[in-house]
Unconditional design. Structure first.
Length: 370
């Protein structure tokens, strides 16, 4: 009898440990001006089952539309997208409880920040309406210094409504952290900056710039798993470009579209991610499309279209694939929920799990250790 109880106890302990191992923090940024939202929400997410549980939220955080988690899992940095008065916030983060404590804020030095990244030394922000990039230092307590550098872009594109001036939409570290790439939707360029993390003022220095198709509006990019290729999604015309990459320089090798052949409606390309195994690429589209395009990544870096699937909501501005590759979660800005899809790792296809996280305007989803 004692042996039986002991075995049951061991099974219980093992099951608990496995469950904890499979659980990650799902951290979600939202828009707060059109519905009831506290700002940033933290969920436990089980990467084996797709189950979730809300465990904490920030208090009165305005429009944290993009987030980044520090490498040590102790701090979260967010943009506060509020026009000319926009700010950037630093939070202390307790991963176990999900609690966020505001440390400080700084002016974003540009209107409507829409993307934010960080490393051990700096926090770098893309200001969309400001058309510039701001670089902030980090203090030892995780707080932000005042901006150490602001780089202003110039120029415009052929789309009079959307490209009347520069609109920096993304900043992205290169895999070796020696460069920062910046997409400018307003002037149809991708900039490559040499990154000097310890510099006092000239942290970013221009290395190269690449003009893409006129009127295409470069929005988001991602690197291949082998770090040899860059995939660039263009918001205004649905173009998906493939570049070879080496030492901060991009060279185009292929181009396709995320639009279905028979699609005739309005669209607005949004987000792009590659599966953890590096085999499949996914891109989301808004407007009347509201779908995700699926591509197989070939050995030469080029893409093979595998199909489209409805995201089952409106405004799929952002999505994330969990590190195990089991699930893809889509945040819908206009239907106020996160839709959870199961991934087939062999084919890349997506299937609706029926699971939904109801939340006001979820627009940034990231995973972190629990």
């Amino acid at each position: 009898m004692k042996n039986k109880v002991f075995i049951l106890l061991l099974i219980s302990i093992f099951t608990t440990v496995q469950a904890q191992k499979n659980t990650l923090n799902l951290i979600v940024g939202t828009y707060t001006n059109n519905c009831d939202s506290k700002g940033i929400y933290v969920y436990d997410f089980d990467t084996e089952t797709g189950d979730f549980n809300l465990k904490n939220a920030s208090e009165n955080t305005v429009n944290p539309s993009y987030l980044t988690l520090s490498k040590d899992n102790k701090f979260i940095y967010s943009v506060n997208e509020t026009g000319p008065e926009s700010t950037v916030s630093a939070f202390g983060f307790d991963a176990k409880s999900g609690k966020l404590d505001l440390i400080n804020k700084q002016s974003s030095k540009g209107a409507d920040p829409c993307y934010i990244i960080n490393d051990d030394k700096n926090v770098i922000v893309a200001n969309y309406s400001g058309g510039n990039i701001s670089v902030f230092g980090k203090n030892s307590d995780g707080s932000l210094t005042e901006a150490k550098q602001v780089i202003q872009h110039f120029g415009k594109g052929i789309n009079a409504q959307r490209q009347e001036g520069p609109h920096v939409h993304m900043v992205h570290f290169s895999p070796d952290n020696k460069y920062v790439l910046a997409n400018d939707l307003g002037n149809d360029k991708v900039y490559s900056y040499a990154y000097n993390p310890n510099a006092a003022t000239d942290i970013l220095q221009i290395k190269d710039s690449l003009a893409v198709k006129s009127g295409s509006g470069p929005r988001h990019l991602t690197f291949s798993k082998d770090k040899k290729f860059v995939y660039l999604l263009q918001e205004l015309d649905g173009t998906l470009s493939v570049f070879s990459y080496a030492k901060g320089v991009l060279k185009k090798i292929d181009e396709t579209t995320i639009l279905a052949k028979d699609f005739k409606g309005t669209f607005s390309s949004a987000d792009i991610h590659i599966s953890p195994d590096g085999k499949f690429l996914y891109a989301s589209n808004r407007g009347e499309a509201n779908d995700i395009s699926i591509f197989k990544i070939l050995k030469n870096g080029k893409l093979e279209a595998k199909g489209h699937i409805s995201t089952l909501g409106k405004g799929p501005r952002n999505f994330v694939i969990d590190p195990s590759g089991n699930f893809l979660l889509v945040g819908h800005q206009y239907t106020n929920e996160i839709v959870i899809f199961k991934r087939d790792k062999a084919t890349g296809s997506l299937a609706d799990t029926g699971k939904r996280i109801a939340l006001c305007a979820p627009v940034c989803l990231i995973f972190g250790k629990n």
